[in-house]
Design a protein around this ligand. Structure first.
Ligand code: MTE
Length: 317
């Protein structure tokens, strides 16, 4: 079974006047953000509404309740418990924020978040996030294609991969200080350039109609819906275009458990458990949790399988 991408019924497209009013609001919100007031400077609780249109890329799955998607999180910079991010990520100062894009590009640059958002239109895309731990959620992300940002810096022909890094701020991120260190910081992720340029790969700045809460990766995080959730790196500050496959946090920690590609694949078991089924967050728990069959490429096979034509996905898992 393939997850259907929903055609957009015209009613779902934000009416132009509402959209324009929202853009005015966003303009105001951005100006306020520049001034360090709202919305990215505020703590997670003060999420602000965002202007966006509906995207053709949404799945037809009903979204997971917002309360679940914003309280059951993985963000190891704040601790390893699912509740650590919502409890402690408010300490991260997300304004001002900038992303440095460097490496094999014609126009390396450091853009503020406002610079990044100015030329793009935000869209809402309901994408499923399938975690390697066996749970999944459907989240209405608000973002824009990563390719729009990468094209601005003009990748050189020699660029083959894209490396991402999360901010390192031990003073604000409790998981980055103390004796118990889970990962080597910064948190790192990587994609092949063609994966990064695929229209399904987005940089998200919001969810459920509002700016991203800190626990979900404010102010800007990657979302790659056909890969396990850990590829969707949060609070990104550096993007480097490189020639060789970059190191990634989970692959560095244990290369047998977390491959570089990390495509959702029910046929490739995690060494400690099967990946054949998944549990939807908000759909019961413990022994009574309903399990659903996991779809290859998280249901996006029709769109992305061609990126891996000829590759042995058992070896390149
Ligand atoms: N990004 C950073 N910087 N640090 C992390 O620990 N965890 C990853 C990913 N991005 C993580 C991260 C994992 S394991 C998952 S499953 C998703 O974020 C969870 O995203 P969510 O909390 O928004 O559901």
């Amino acid at each position: 079974m393939i997850l259907k991408l929903k055609p957009i019924p015209s009613l779902e497209i934000t009416p132009r006047d509402v959209y324009l009013r929202r853009r005015e609001f966003l303009g105001g919100a951005l100006a306020a953000a520049v001034a360090g007031v709202l919305p990215w400077g505020a703590a997670a609780a003060a999420a602000a509404p965002l202007a966006f249109s509906k995207s053709v890329f949404s799945t037809d799955e009903p979204p997971t309740p917002k309360a679940d998607a914003t309280s059951y999180n993985n963000f190891y910079e704040f601790g390893t418990r699912k509740t650590d991010a919502s409890n402690y990520a408010g300490a991260l100062k997300t304004s001002p924020w900038s992303i440095t894009i460097d490496g094999l590009v014609s126009k390396p640059a450091t853009y503020t978040l406002e610079d990044i958002l100015k030329p793009v239109s935000l869209e809402e895309r309901i994408y499923r996030l399938r975690c390697v731990e066996g749970w999944s959620m459907a989240v209405p992300w608000i973002g824009f294609p990563l390719s729009a940002l990468l094209s601005r810096v003009e990748p050189l022909g020699s660029a083959k991969f894209v490396a991402f890094e999360t901010v390192v701020r031990p003073a604000e991120m409790r998981g980055q200080r103390g004796w118990f260190q889970t990962l080597d910081w910064p948190y790192r992720e990587g994609l092949r350039l063609d994966e990064a340029m695929h229209p399904l790969a987005i940089l998200a700045v919001g969810l459920y109609g509002e700016t991203l809460p800190n626990q979900n990766g404010a102010p800007v995080r990657l979302v790659v819906p056909w890969k396990y959730g850990f590829k969707s790196i949060k609070s990104v500050v550096r993007i480097s275009l490189v020639e060789k496959q970059p190191v990634t946090s989970w692959n560095m920690l244990d290369r047998d458990e977390y491959g570089f590609y990390s495509n959702v694949n029910p046929e490739v078991d995690h060494p400690r458990w099967s990946q054949k089924t998944e549990r939807r967050i908000g759909d019961g728990s413990g022994l009574f949790a309903r399990r659903h069959p996991t779809l290859p490429f998280n249901g996006y096979g029709e769109q992305v399988a061609n990126l891996y034509a000829g590759m042995d996905l058992m070896t390149y898992f």
